[in-house]
Design a binder for this molecule. Sequence first.
Ligand SMILES: Cc1cc2nc3c(=O)[nH]c(=O)nc-3n(C[C@H](O)[C@H](O)[C@H](O)COP(=O)(O)OP(=O)(O)OC[C@H]3O[C@@H](n4cnc5c(N)ncnc54)[C@H](O)[C@@H]3O)c2cc1C
Ligand code: SF4
Ligand code: SF4
Ligand code: SF4
Length: 395
Amino acid sequence: MREKVLDFNKKEKCTGCSACASVCPKGAISFIQIEGGFAIPDIDRDACVGCHRCEQVCPTFMRSKAKCSGFLSGFVFSSDNCETALGSASGGAFSELAYEAVDAGGCACGCVWTEKLTAEHRVARNRGDARRFESSKYVQSKIEGIYTEVKNELEFGRKVVFGGTPCQVEAIGRYCGKDRDNLLLVSLVCRGASSPSVWEYYMRGLERRVGSRLVAVNQRDKSTGYSQPACRYEFENGTVLKRSTYISDLYTNCFASGITLRESCYRCPAKGYSNADVILGDDVLHVGSPRGATLILCVTPKGENWIRGVLPGRGNLLELDQEQISLVLKRSNMLLNSSSSPGGARERLFRNIREGVSADSALMRSLPLKQQIKVCLDKVGLFSLARVLKARVHG
Ligand SMILES: Cc1cc2nc3c(=O)[nH]c(=O)nc-3n(C[C@H](O)[C@H](O)[C@H](O)COP(=O)(O)OP(=O)(O)OC[C@H]3O[C@@H](n4cnc5c(N)ncnc54)[C@H](O)[C@@H]3O)c2cc1C
Ligand code: SF4
Ligand code: SF4
Ligand code: SF4
């Protein structure tokens, strides 16, 4: 029997980045699905030659050295392009960086909604395709084929902008090795990767309720404002359904409450460290445009050069001072440095789904009481009023 490599059938460790399978010279790694619809690697020990290349690309096996603190600089950005700014979750910084690469004959790589409304990473070579990366898809994206595509582009000397979760960024950076001058790694402030099978269950529930097929989704629709986005669901029969993101939309509420996440997200290997050139998040200081702004933290000089070189002509770029950066780190500390905890709610949710409880009931029952009250208030239109009153009471 071969020496044991990558014993990551331990599902609480594997992030599902699939870099190990892409790098394996013997094709010895395939994937199996576990509860939640998450994929974990399955190694064919007979085919494996013990080269350990899978371990060298794995974000869990070896951590990046760069600590997620002491950033070179910080910015807040909002794109001048109205469609881009409104279509993006924050201010459209990622799209503007992607446009820079595709306009120069290179490519950008990010997460899109597929026709079946699953999330997958794809490569874009023009602005139209790059627009599909806009906005957050709150479900774990499939990323398998991307590694070789990105490496091929770099070998041809083309620019590549890659955007994804910190664990994906860590893996792609390792996979591409030292040949990274033309590669800009953009990671997101990450709450976690949500369950594909809970998402599927939720979609089918909505379709049953409306009696039509779901054809488009935006989980950060800003027509109700940046600070209170909505989930917008479009159906084949023309029906449009809107539910407040993180509140009456029970799927995103459970995601934000840390209930639907992949097990590795509860002990995230990428928290506190970064292999990225820049990190993007929401404008937690609310100093940017009210229609939405991206917080940008520069980790490497390359990242800073891209931000200073590309973004000023494309929108409103505001540089943060050190005091503001410290405040950002304080407010985002939970997301940058520590992991969520599901309590018993995750197990309860999956049990209810196994027992065939309807999606809305299963999700509602797994939420803490405080969240359930918010959902009820939101459904009768009283949540926003309660928020305004609370803000007044607190001065
Ligand atoms: C699952 C998830 C959770 C997030 N949680 C937070 C948070 O708690 N706090 C915070 O400040 N910011 C969070 N963000 C980041 C934030 O929502 C914005 O994506 C970020 O501020 C960049 O905004 P933008 O307008 O520049 O780009 P946008 O157009 O909003 O984002 C596009 C980028 O998001 C990537 N992306 C979208 N969905 C996925 C996915 N499922 N997997 C991997 N990459 C994806 C695309 O590849 C692209 O790189 C999260 C993002 C995601 C995807
Ligand atoms: S050790 Fe080498 S051959 Fe074995 S699974 Fe890992 S990459 Fe494949
Ligand atoms: S984290 Fe990625 S590289 Fe590591 S075992 Fe899981 S899928 Fe493979
Ligand atoms: S929380 Fe960590 S493991 Fe989970 S998706 Fe984000 S970076 Fe990956």
